[in-house]
Design a protein. Structure first.
Length: 115
């Protein structure tokens, strides 16, 4: 099983990025997908999640109204659309797949918000 994130990079404050998380080796559609981030010197935190059906989503308060999580089961891919980016969004972003006791993590993608 494997998760591969992409789409990170350097963006100016107020800009946008879309992260992708491509899954392989497991039944993607039956897993809850989440995005986490970890800034230097800080603990990893949950940013957003989406249920296996896509019918429920949740977000940390600091990104509500700016970030949108989605999934495309036909492509085995989860996304995180990030708008109105702020310097405090700078972190390594990780995707996570979970189903009962089965958990998979990606390797992370760096997002840097700076002018």
């Amino acid at each position: 099983a494997q998760l591969v994130e992409s789409g990170g990079g350097l963006v100016q404050p107020g800009g946008s990025l879309r992260l992708s998380c491509a899954a392989s080796g497991f039944t993607f559609s039956s897993y809850v997908m989440s995005w986490y981030r970890q800034a230097p010197g800080k603990e990893r935190e949950l940013v957003a999640g989406i249920s296996s059906t896509g019918g429920s989503t949740w977000y940390v308060d600091s990104v509500k109204g700016r970030f949108t999580i989605s999934r495309d089961d036909a492509k085995n891919t989860a996304y995180l659309q990030m708008n109105s980016l702020k310097a405090e969004d700078t972190a390594v972003y990780y995707c996570k797949a979970i189903r009962t006791s089965e958990i998979y993590w990606g390797q992370g993608t760096q997002v840097t918000v700076s002018s």
